[in-house]
Design a protein around this ligand. Structure first.
Ligand SMILES: [Zn+2]
Length: 484
């Protein structure tokens, strides 16, 4: 009897031992052990082990089922949160050319592993894109539009510091064809249509984009309304630009008036003409906002799958006054001295800038529409317009995420707007933007849960770009450690 119970005990021990998973060794890999993952589609998953190998996520498993042997390269993820690398879906490398060489580091150190450049001289931006491809583990992925495709007169014509030469002024439909063909030859990733295009030119941009497999983003041209722009094939809108002009009962009247102003102002500078039209119409349109018309417009945007990049921090600039916060102003020390000084001076002046009724109406409209866009199920992307409006490259994305949450969008959806959605926009969702096996290992480790408070996206412990690990201590040396 005694013997048989001994045998049973030994069998049980053997059985238990065979159930225990074997400790594994992953060669040339990094293992993040016992971390909470926050996937933009699947949400929070606790106690995960994520193995990174050859620049990709090689394996994800419950920490309890994936025992790691001591010789692995292990990052302890206990108490930390893993999110996909972030996107800033609206940046301009060419807006302040002097700043461009610093932007890679400023993005990466803030967890931004991909950016979408929405306008600038094509050769200038392409140089930075090529540079990023050449050292892909030390730079964010750059997707680029090339110049703003504008009509005549064009807005960003290089006439002054606030209108650098970001656009090309196109006089005819043939000019559009020639310019788009040139950009296709430069391997642009999307096209950006701008406000002074004629409807014929705008339709041509969309037609050529589709023929070349490119997306079209833009500002709705002043010569059109939102519904006709969406019907022409526009894939995404920046800043909700000119949306208010279509959300009124008399939108057709306003459109006819704009077309007249455009014809009469053809000798003005582009920036001046655009401002005069906005002045003539925007305030009145906001006062006469019509909910039924707005819902009709949003339904078309939904049906036509026109995504929105609301740049909410920028659009509510004079009410949220992010630049007035001394903590925020610390980020100016990362800029070249002359720029930092200028931004600081402007921040002090604007801090006390009075909020007019007209500005308040714009802010209210933006906040309301962002919420409606979300509720309608129209995909959002988080973008900032950095370095416009003293939006420091990198940090400004976190300000945008906060603004989106404050507007009433749940944190997980906001995270999706800065990760999965931009990847999907470029049809890269099978390799980027989620925490799944075989995805690029573009990841950020946070010290606190971003779903509890979106500001926790700023508490960055580690940034990983295609498998290359950067820990926060390395990034503190004025954020320039990534440079060769
Ligand atoms: Zn922009």
């Amino acid at each position: 009897m005694k013997n048989s119970s001994k045998i049973i005990t030994s069998l049980c021990i053997l059985l238990l031992a065979s159930c225990q998973p074997q400790a594994r060794f992953f060669e040339d890999a990094i293992c993040i052990q016992n971390i909470s993952t926050v996937d933009p589609n699947n949400g929070l998953e606790e106690n995960q082990t994520v193995v990174i190998k050859d620049g990709k996520i090689y394996k994800i498993a419950d920490t309890a089922t994936l025992l790691l042997s001591g010789e692995n390269n292990i990052i302890d993820g206990t108490g930390k949160y893993l999110i996909p690398g972030l996107w800033d879906a609206h940046v301009h490398f060419a807006y302040i050319e002097e700043l461009a060489p610093l932007m890679f580091d400023m993005f990466l150190s803030n967890g931004i592993t991909s950016v979408r450049d929405t306008g600038g001289k094509v050769d200038f931006v392409k140089d930075w894109k090529d540079n990023a491809i050449a050292r892909r583990t030390a730079a964010p992925r750059v997707m680029m539009a090339g110049p703003l495709l504008d009509g005549e007169p064009n807005v960003y014509d290089g006439s002054d510091a606030s209108h650098p030469e970001l656009s090309v002024g196109l006089g005819s439909v043939d000019d559009v064809t020639n310019q788009v063909n040139r950009l296709v030859g430069k391997d642009v990733d999307l096209l950006k249509a701008y406000e002074m295009l004629t409807p014929e030119q705008f339709r041509k941009v969309n037609e050529l984009a589709k023929a070349n497999g490119l997306k079209v983003t833009g500002h709705v041209p002043l010569s059109m309304d939102v519904i006709s722009a969406a019907n022409a094939g526009l894939n995404s809108m920046e800043h909700l630009r000119n949306l208010e002009l279509s959300c009124v009962a008399n939108s057709d009247e306003l459109l006819a008036e704009r077309q007249k102003m455009l014809a009469e102002g053809s000798n003005m500078a582009g920036g001046e003409l655009r401002t005069s039209i906005h002045r003539a119409q925007r305030e009145n349109a906001l006062k006469n906002y019509d909910e039924t018309k707005a819902d009709e417009v949003l339904q078309v945007l939904k049906d036509r799958d026109v995504w929105q990049v609301p740049t909410l921090a920028l659009n509510t600039f004079l009410s949220n006054k992010y630049f007035a916060d001394p903590e925020y102003q610390k980020s100016y020390s990362q800029l070249p001295d002359s720029i930092a000084q200028h931004w600081k001076n402007r921040s002090i002046i604007l801090k006390d800038y009075p909020m007019s009724e007209a500005f308040q109406a714009q802010v209210d409209f933006n906040l309301k529409m962002v919420k409606k866009v979300y509720e309608k199920g129209i995909p959002l992307m988080a973008g900032t317009d950095t370095p416009i409006a003293y939006l420091t490259p990198g940090l400004s994305l976190h300000i945008e995420l906060e603004a989106l949450v404050d507007a009433g969008i749940p944190p997980l959806e906001v995270l999706k707007a800065a990760t999965y959605n931009p990847a999907k926009y470029f049809n890269m969702q099978h390799e980027l933007g989620s925490i799944k096996e075989n995805m690029y290992a573009d990841l950020v480790i946070l010290n606190a849960n971003p779903l509890d408070d979106i500001q926790n996206t700023k508490l960055i412990a580690t940034v990983i770009k295609e498998g290359q690990v950067y820990v926060s201590e390395d990034m503190k040396a004025d954020l320039k450690i990534f440079r060769d």
